[in-house]
Write a protein that binds this ligand. Structure first.
Ligand SMILES: [Mg+2]
Length: 366
């Protein structure tokens, strides 16, 4: 089987409810996405996606298009089922730019699954859970509004709720206090500062709150600063932004830097590298949440296959960004509630793309 054509489609997502706020004064109202279609000489096609917000990730929409202009021609003639060879070709063509490689990786897994007649989760070792718990976020707002959001999510059945803080530690004390009222209805309240505190600010917040029952996520930017906080607190810690490469995950584990890991497909280059990281975290007894920064039904499906193939004991939650945006660019409904599942039992990703919504390709390599 050979790749004969790679087509790229530029689409846009609109964030529901007027936007998404998190630390550092960041607010997302819309973001661009690159959807890839890879065609083979045997008539099987696969779909991949990379969606970015440059305010959040080291990733740029125009950077993905540029990286694909170097990578795309090199992939023509390669066998998409040979995922490690595909990654070698991409790494020879372009250093880094894992977010762009993610779209290629997902499309090749889609083809490999369709060729084998199996869902991707089966290729990843098997479906360990058909349904899995989802995480949902309460975005940064006034304390009583955030507490009301937490209560609504708890009533909808969410067991893990993540709240966004990280602008001003004194104001954040009130946010966390308000949301802690709802914590007894949850398994986990995760307090995410999205890397915006200095260590002294994170410690001031935690000292003001005392030894309360929540999980702290990525208070500071660097691993060193997060370790500095972690050594002086009792709460478990999630790392997210710091886990941006296989090397970074191993180093963070070696330094005992995290109890749980937030893993995002686009940081690592797709399903192949993320499944390696996921399996290591499982072996280390560090439960994972499988998430992507942004995107629609294609990247949510890829995340769902990783979540479904993770042992239930070691999957903290799944998290689909389809819960926060208007569009999916796939046909059929995506689960928005507390329970996640694969989109279908069909082979590959198990999705059908909404071709009409995509429009014309912005590039074709063949
Ligand atoms: Mg986070």
């Amino acid at each position: 089987m050979k790749i004969v054509r790679i087509s790229g489609f530029a689409v846009k997502y609109t964030v529901r409810n007027g936007g998404f706020r998190l630390s550092g004064g960041r607010k997302f109202t819309e973001f661009p996405s690159l959807i890839l279609r890879i065609d083979t000489d045997e008539g099987i096609s696969g779909w991949g996606e990379h969606a970015s917000s440059a305010q959040y990730m080291v990733a740029l929409h125009s950077g993905a298009i540029g990286a694909l202009s170097e990578i795309g021609p090199e992939l023509i003639g390669a066998d998409p089922r040979q995922l490690k060879v595909i990654h070698n070709i991409m790494d020879r063509a372009v250093k880094g730019h894992q977010y762009a490689k993610t779209a290629v990786d997902i499309a090749c897994w889609d083809i490999a699954g369709k060729a084998a007649g199996l869902p991707i989760a089966d290729l990843l070792g098997g479906i360990q859970q058909k349904e899995f718990p989802m995480l949902k976020m309460a975005v940064m707002d006034e304390p009583e509004i955030m507490a009301a959001s937490c209560l609504k999510l708890a009533d909808e059945g969410f067991r893990t709720v993540q709240i966004k803080i990280g602008n001003d530690w004194r104001a954040d004390v009130e946010r966390v206090e308000a949301c802690l009222e709802v914590a007894p209805k949850l398994d986990r309240l995760v307090v995410d500062a999205n890397a915006n505190y200095m260590p002294h600010e994170a410690l001031s917040l935690l000292n003001a709150l005392g030894p309360r029952d929540f999980i702290l996520e990525q208070p500071c930017r660097t691993l060193e600063d997060n370790l500095s906080v972690r050594r002086r607190i009792t709460q478990p810690m999630v790392l997210d932004e710091s886990l941006d490469s296989i090397d970074a995950v191993f180093r963070a584990h070696k330094e005992d830097g995290f109890d749980l890991a937030m893993l995002k497909l686009s940081r690592f280059g797709g399903i192949l590298p993320l499944s390696l990281v996921r399996d290591c975290c499982v072996a280390w007894n560090r439960p994972v949440t499988i998430e992507d920064m942004a995107g629609g039904g294609i990247i949510a499906a890829a995340s769902a296959h990783l979540a479904a193939s993770t042992p239930a004991s070691h999957l903290a939650a799944g998290s689909f960004c389809t819960a926060y945006v208007e569009q999916t660019y796939t046909l059929g409904d995506w689960p928005q509630g507390a329970i996640g599942r694969l989109p279908s039992d069909n082979p590959g990703l198990g999705i059908d793309v909404d071709l009409e919504a995509l429009g014309e390709p912005i590039f074709i390599y063949e």
